[in-house]
Ligand binder design. Structure first.
Ligand code: NAD
Length: 457
């Protein structure tokens, strides 16, 4: 028996003891986790800075604040969300009551990605705990310092049969996936997502897949050019472009191409252009493998801004490419780095058709002041979620379920959507025994059938 096998068996026993079903205990654990993170903020800040140069400002705004907000929301809403809800029982079952009982799924596995290593691991994990499950968490091994701190925080303060961090690489994940879980929540790339889905199918385990893809941005001639450029550049170069919902490429209406590229350049100039310029608002590339992959996507003949890179510092300056077509290498896969290709269009229908010919993206952004244009794009293009005249910020709202569609994933979380993701809704019909009409029992008769037809109408 392996250590992983033992851990899962312990979690299953613990879940079967019904201990996780106590709402007050769940709330107490959420408070404990919030307190733990708050007390260890300096350690987390240090670790993530060592991993890829992220500042305290961005660690708070893009990681910790989301976690605090989600925990606070769960603590206040949990009592209501976890109550059974009465629904109509229907005439056919009269007299009876019907209700829907939320129940936790059981032993869950959460697999995290590296680019926001704290929140992409802890947010789904704490939502699973809030919904009454036990959790095995496998954070990404790439930000090794952050993974170590996460493992220490969780494993030193929570019982392994309730919440446990398992560290390791792809092989560890594959070993985990051999086992039966009651739910798998995966954040990461499409190829690994496919493997997770296949492994889960062997046990008929439901999965949520939070994947990536090439998120397009429609920039219409009627947009507010200065604000649009500012919001896109911020969203693209945050985390050095290593964001699943970052604008991947721009589709700019041809008539404003020159003016818009100038506006983009002016905004991109706010970022460091050389590795020796320290900046709190710009990160390193996570590792050399990704650095090499990204540099290979920079076609020097198409660079109109930036393009500076330094392998040792794992630094790539904010880079704008122009005159890009769908045939360029940079348009084949999700970029996931600080390279922003600008494509142009004259016909919106053609631009929409090009986007629809690609796998469905995780996000899409529309910059326009024209309601008809906005409605047309929203109506015609399928994508996980997005924003109008903004980028990225939709994921910060706990009222908006966050997730992909098609190749960008399945299922969603954040707020109530997260609770639902880790919950089974059990439907119950409850009848008294004081009255036993003969209607459904043999012998059947035409008269009974007439009555049933009437009741079912
Ligand atoms: P990844 O798929 O390489 O890794 C994700 C997790 O899977 C890690 O924990 C890793 O250890 C594990 N893993 C990697 N290779 C594996 C293998 N062969 N077998 C089993 N497990 C394996 O993804 P990543 O590089 O960490 O993240 C980048 C990708 O994730 C991008 O495509 C990005 O768009 C996507 N992403 C999506 C979201 C979202 O919320 N939808 C958020 C962040 C990142």
């Amino acid at each position: 028996m392996t250590a992983i096998h033992d851990l899962i068996a312990r979690q299953r026993d613990y879940f079967n003891s019904n201990a996780t079903k106590d709402i007050r205990l769940r709330i107490a654990h959420l408070r404990q986790l919030r307190d733990l993170i708050a007390r260890h903020e300096p350690e987390l800040n240090r670790a993530i800075r060592e991993d890829f140069g992220k500042s305290e400002f961005e660690t708070f705004t893009t990681e910790l604040s989301l976690i605090y907000h989600e925990i606070d929301l769960l603590i206040t809403r949990l009592p209501r969300w976890s109550k059974a809800k009465r629904v109509g029982a229907g005439l056919l079952n009269f007299p009876a009551k019907s209700y829907i009982m939320p129940e936790p799924l059981g032993v869950t596995l959460v697999i995290g990605a590296w680019n926001y290593p704290i929140q992409l691991s802890l947010l789904p994990a704490l939502t699973a705990l809030a919904a009454g499950n036990t959790v095995m968490l496998k954070p990404s091994e790439l930000p090794a310092h952050t993974a170590n701190v996460l493992a220490r925080l969780v494993n030193d303060h929570f019982a392994p049969e309730y919440f446990h961090v398992v560290q390791g690489d792809a092989q560890t994940t594959q070993e985990l996936l051999e086992h039966h879980f009651d739910k798998i929540f995966f954040t990461g790339s499409i190829p690994v997502g496919r493997m997770v889905y296949q492994a889960a199918a062997r046990h008929l385990t439901p999965v949520t897949l939070e994947l990536g893809g090439k998120s397009p941005v429609f920039v219409m001639a009627d947009c507010n050019i200065a604000v649009t450029a500012r919001r896109i550049v911020w969203a693209k170069f945050l985390n050095a472009g290593q964001t699943c919902v970052a604008p991947d490429y721009l589709l700019v209406e041809k008539s404003i191409e020159e003016r818009f590229i100038e506006a983009l350049k002016a905004e991109a100039a706010r970022y460091p252009q050389h590795p020796d310029t320290p900046a709190d608002h710009y990160l390193q590339i996570i590792n050399h493998r990704n650095f090499d992959r990204l540099v290979a996507l920079i076609d020097p003949t198409k660079v109109c801004f930036g393009g500076v890179h330094d392998r040792q510092a794992r630094f790539i300056s904010p880079t704008l490419l122009r005159d890009v077509t769908f045939d360029d290498a940079v348009m084949h896969d999700e970029i996931f780095g600080p390279i922003l290709p600008v494509l142009t269009f004259t016909s919106l229908d053609d631009a929409i058709a090009r986007v629809k010919a690609q796998p469905k993206p995780l996000s899409c952004y529309i910059y326009s002041e024209n309601k008809t244009t906005i409605r047309k794009i929203l109506h015609e293009v399928s994508f996980g979620g997005g924003a109008v005249n903004e980028s990225l910020m939709h994921l910060a709202s706990s009222n908006l379920p966050f997730g992909g569609v098609g190749a960008s994933g399945m299922g969603s979380y954040h707020g109530k959507a997260g609770f639902d993701t880790f919950t089974h809704y059990k439907s119950i019909l409850q009848k008294p025994t004081f009255w036993e009409p003969n209607l459904k029992y043999a012998p059947y008769s035409l008269q009974k059938l007439r009555l049933i037809r009437m009741l079912l109408r």
